[in-house]
Design a protein. Structure first.
Length: 505
């Protein structure tokens, strides 16, 4: 977007752009979200920033009226696959808090100096400032949503000291932590460690993602319904347990995260991963507008506006789940994964019927692969992948791009383009992946039953089989096709499509 496109967005107070850029006003010294209800400033007084960290570094304070930190993040970090986007995914996952800037730079293959120069040029702030902005945002969320002690908030958000916490909050928000809390009504947690937080998102939001996760849930490790999902998850400092619930009846249709157990040092990483899991930073209006322009998808989009693409809570686990789920039905994959989960350890923080952890790569390589039924080559491929994850020879994650991820995965036995593409969707949030050789995708195309390809929008009048017309949102087209394939009803005289199609787990 250029300056005037952004200016028109703030003049219209378009909430869709909240979190995608920030508006700083020189005459007031503050920065706002695009939908701030204050009077639209003169264009000559406005500077737009890609990140709140850039606004901080330029000397601006957060607006107390519109609370620019309390918004969804930008989808750009998934749409873009450059170094800046990869760095932001890792920063959001807490890498700077855990490993410092040197650790972040090493993961990306750059020196600290090079990385600082790249991020400063692309995003207007270096890695330390970007991580600091993330800490401030997490701290504000905890202050206004929980009754945690201020010192606990400081360390949970990633600050190294209470003094640093106080100074940062005063500089960013022009308010002390106590004043920020006093301006809100924090919820009282139901237990000593329980936290309840709201996950902001851009509307519309289709709750079908809960069903997607529920039918793939492994008993004892995760559970789900049409409007809720609960999970045990291993994080760097310990086990975490959380639940996400969607309330379509309450005004605002809140998406609520309840954390039953977590080491406070892991809280930023947990928040980031849950947000990625539910794709809350997506821009559904932009996605749906593009998809609906294709006649093959128009009806599907109208039936399920705001569909989300599930992310991955753990990259290594997602590889194992994808390999087990290749060329089998969802139900069969779930059965196989349930059998495999027997080698996982018991949770350190059990509760709500969740008592076990997903097996580690080392556990799968040692004993778990023998529990996988079917061709011997499949079990051997699973053992080889798990062994590579366990010894570190295979290392991939949120900091990869689509090409580097494929380069790491495709040499593995039993891993082909489908698996690499699926991991790009789930782990990286890559929005433009189309799994054309997926059986459920093919069934979904048949289920949509568009009369003729020529009715679909394309420059030549003939629709392409890989849906390139809806680029860069083909991953979301894939989600619609999977959903269409799973519908137990007929479309335009087609036979019913069973729910047990070979969709991925």
């Amino acid at each position: 977007m250029d300056f005037w496109q952004r200016y028109r967005a703030i003049d219209a107070r378009d909430t869709r752009f909240d979190g995608q850029f920030f508006t700083a006003v020189r005459t007031t010294g503050i920065y706002c979200r695009p939908s701030c209800p204050a009077r639209t400033p003169k264009a000559s007084n406005v500077t737009f920033y890609e990140t709140s960290a850039a606004a901080h570094d330029a000397g601006y304070r957060a607006c107390k009226r519109c609370l620019p930190e309390a918004v969804p993040g930008t989808p750009a970090w998934n749409v873009r696959q450059d170094v800046a986007a990869r760095a932001m995914r890792l920063i959001n996952d807490g890498v700077v808090n855990r490993d410092g800037v040197d650790g972040l730079a090493a993961r990306l293959g750059y020196s600290s100096r090079q990385l600082n120069r790249i991020l400063s040029h692309e995003l207007g702030a270096g890695p330390l400032s970007l991580a600091r902005a993330g800490r401030a945002q997490t701290a504000r969320t905890l202050l206004v949503s929980t009754s945690m002690k201020l010192a606990d908030v400081a360390f949970a958000a990633g600050f190294s000291s209470v003094r640093q916490f106080n100074e940062t909050m005063a500089e960013v928000f022009d308010m002390t932590p106590s004043a920020l809390r006093a301006a809100s009504r924090p919820k009282t947690s139901g237990g000593a460690t329980a936290l309840t937080l709201s996950l902001p998102y851009r509307e519309p939001f289709h709750p079908g993602i809960f069903t997607f996760l529920s039918v793939r849930a492994i008993p004892g490790i995760e559970s789900g319904t049409a409007t809720s999902y609960a999970r045990m998850l291993a994080l760097p400092h310990g086990d975490a347990r959380f639940r996400v619930e969607y309330d379509a009846v309450t005004p605002g249709r809140p998406l609520t995260l309840t954390i039953g157990a977590v080491d406070l040092r892991d809280l930023p990483a947990l928040l980031s991963r849950v947000r990625r899991l539910f794709d809350v930073d997506a821009d559904p209006v932009a996605i749906d507008t593009t998809l609906a322009a294709d006649a093959r998808l128009a009806t599907a989009v109208a039936e399920a506006p705001g569909i989300r693409m599930p992310g991955a809570l753990d990259p290594g686990e997602m590889l194992i789940r994808a390999m087990v789920g290749q060329q089998v039905t969802v139900a069969a994959a779930r059965t196989a994964l349930t059998r495999l989960s027997a080698v996982g350890r018991s949770s350190q923080s059990p509760g709500e019927g969740l008592e076990h952890m997903f097996p580690t790569a080392a556990e799968i390589a040692a004993d778990g692969h023998a529990l996988v039924r079917g061709p011997r080559k499949r079990a051997e491929a699973l053992r080889a992948a798990a062994a590579a994850l366990a010894d570190g020879s295979l290392d991939f994650g949120y900091g990869d791009d689509v090409d580097s991820l494929a380069a790491k995965l495709l040499p593995l036995p039993g891993v082909g383009p489908w698996t690499a593409g699926y991991l790009a969707m789930r782990v990286l949030g890559a929005p433009d992946v189309f799994l054309g050789n997926d059986a459920a995708v093919r069934n979904g195309v048949k289920a949509l039953a568009v009369p003729t390809p020529a009715t679909a929008s394309s420059p030549g009048g003939t629709a392409s089989p890989d849906f390139r017309e809806v680029s860069p949102w083909r991953s979301y087209a894939t989600m619609h096709l999977w959903r269409a394939a799973a519908q137990p009803r007929t479309r335009a005289g087609n036979v019913p499509i069973k729910n047990s199609v070979a969709a991925s787990v």
